[in-house]
Design a protein around this ligand. Structure first.
Ligand code: FES
Length: 68
């Protein structure tokens, strides 16, 4: 099962068993089981959240999705 949580005023959190990032011709296994993807557009570490949403005034509603 994959759990996706869209955090209130924050990132998209994806809980997985294993994740591989494919970027710029490389594949890298991610060490974390919960991946935080930026949705405010201000992260300096895209596609990942770096916490900047807390200081840029981003607002967004909470949502949760479970995929089986
Ligand atoms: S959502 Fe956290 S930096 Fe964009």
């Amino acid at each position: 099962m994959i759990k996706i949580k869209v955090a209130e005023n924050g990132p998209i959190l994806i809980e997985v068993n294993k994740a591989v990032l494919h970027s710029k011709g490389k594949a890298e296994e991610l060490p974390k089981k919960i991946i935080a993807l930026c949705r405010c557009g201000q992260s300096s570490n895209k596609p990942f959240c770096d916490g900047t949403h807390k200081s840029c005034g981003f607002t967004g509603e909470l949502a949760e999705i479970e995929v089986e």
